[in-house]
Design a binder for this molecule. Sequence first.
Ligand code: ZN
Length: 510
Amino acid sequence: MDYDVIIGLEIHTELKTKSKMFCSCANLADGAAPNTNVCPICLGHPGTLPAVNEQALKDGLLLGLALNCKINQVTKFDRKNYFYPDLPKGYQISQYDLPIAYGGYLTVGAKRDIGIIRIHLEEDTGKLVHDKAGHSLVDFNRAGTPLIEMVTEPVIASAAEAKKFCQRFQQILRYLHISDANMEKGQMRCEANVSLQAKDGWEYVDKQIKPLGRNELNNKVEVKNINSFRSLEKAINYEIERQSAMLDKKEAIPAETRGWNDTTNKTVSQRLKETAADYRYFPEPDIPPLIISQALLDSVAAVATEMPQAKVERLMQEYGLNEYDAEQLTADKALSAYAEEVFSELKAWIEAQGDDWQRQEHKLMKLAVNWLESELLKHLNLNRQTIKDIKITPENFAELISLLAAGKINSSAGQIILNQMYQIGGDPSDIMAKLNLEQSDNADELEKIVAQVLADNPDQAEAYRAGKTALLKFFVGKIMAASEGKANPQLIPELIDKINKSLNKKYGKK
Ligand SMILES: [Zn+2]
């Protein structure tokens, strides 16, 4: 049977503030020896007072604005009570009914807006370590790390769409510099709520799924322990298949939390949710409600940068990039800034060249895109570097593209020059002159070389004249070698034809 797939996501993100959420301990969960990065506040000693981390508050506002949310200008913290050995206070300070931001959306792909229910601030727990001897050890270094929780509306319709959402969300966290959002390190943790409902058996009411008529809704299943985008997609697809097989057999889906296992590629039941957990939320008595002033909100809004989707659309519009290329070049904020500088340099160069070139702007941008994506990124990937490590300025990169476009160098010379620029930096025109790589457009000189190559390879020349055009590649190779790479390959076919015609005349052929 066919069902509607309904997915909602909950994403927890560790913020990279200097200090923890409510104390002045360094926010460095990894690397330090266990239980060295702690204080009476994050250990929950009686009589201690938490104080809200201002940067974490600003980060929450920034994310809320970036995701088109409304801001609760009166917000507060609440205690979420539960017992677990990694939770030193016996409660977590979180936000309940007045989250910092609510009611936003994130655009994924072409014009698909995924609703955001809420964004709130809270603190992370410690970590349990289970050793081989069967002991459980607890490390509180992570306790009190600032966390942002984001909850989407249950409107995601496939595993692929959920993955796209998480990728875009990660990109935004990085654009805003509020988290490194590394999933393997647990800095960004995605949980998916997956349910399958009978077609025409449900409707959305107040952003929630409600049954239609006498239909009863199937339970949703929460999937955890997902540490990569690949796992997220696989785990959701596994759940869709598992649940639909059960529904086909008229079995009820238990409401439960399941963990994804990357080795078996299956989800495994972790606990049943027979009743909604009662966390006995109440307002945190040690932290008064926060009033977010308009001045604070304005100052945060002022640093909000252009979000990836907007950048994709602008690159398409201003520089004529296609969507795929625009997405590739905005994957990373620094790369997108670099690429844009290259494009704008090139645009200025084109304008200086006059009308003929302006008609070719689109072609030139594509040339720049190709050299950025294949040549420059190849160097970076090989050396495990990012665009920030690079010695090539955007101006010099744009100049390299203009040399290629103007036919002053061919692409193999371009690669040699780029490699030099990559290794030691420098101006591409200078490198071109120093290495004597300027392409020869001197037709007389080139014609001599072509004639010589044809004369040196009489059998191939004869076959070519008889119509074996595939030999062109052979000749181009020979001629490029003979010219030490300086011949303009685009001129070669024409020159061969010219020489052949004169030979035909000489031998009286048509
Ligand atoms: Zn502390």
